[in-house]
Design a protein around this ligand. Sequence first.
Ligand SMILES: [Zn+2]
Length: 110
Amino acid sequence: MRWPLSTRDRLRIFTLHGGVCHFCGGRIQVGEAWDVSHDRPLALLGEDDDDNRKPAHRKCHRRHTAEVDQPAIAKAKRREARHLGAARKPRTIRQWRKFDGTPVFATRER
Ligand SMILES: [Zn+2]
């Protein structure tokens, strides 16, 4: 678990980027909720430093996380599992039935 950023850190990151959301490019208005977002997600080996930390509207940040980052992270995990040989092969169906109900058995193991 990461330690939450201090007020001073958040203020520095906000000022560094002129208070502009790095997703939509719009200004973060007074009173609007915003987060410090990682340009390259930590789960995809992004660094937790100022080069990678940028302010973002909370709504832009959440949408991007759900639509872009999470699928990319899931894909990277699947790829890693295959690469390391940890991935399970899809289960082979060994028995099924014809439309008239008679069972059909697979003759060969794959
Ligand atoms: Zn935005």
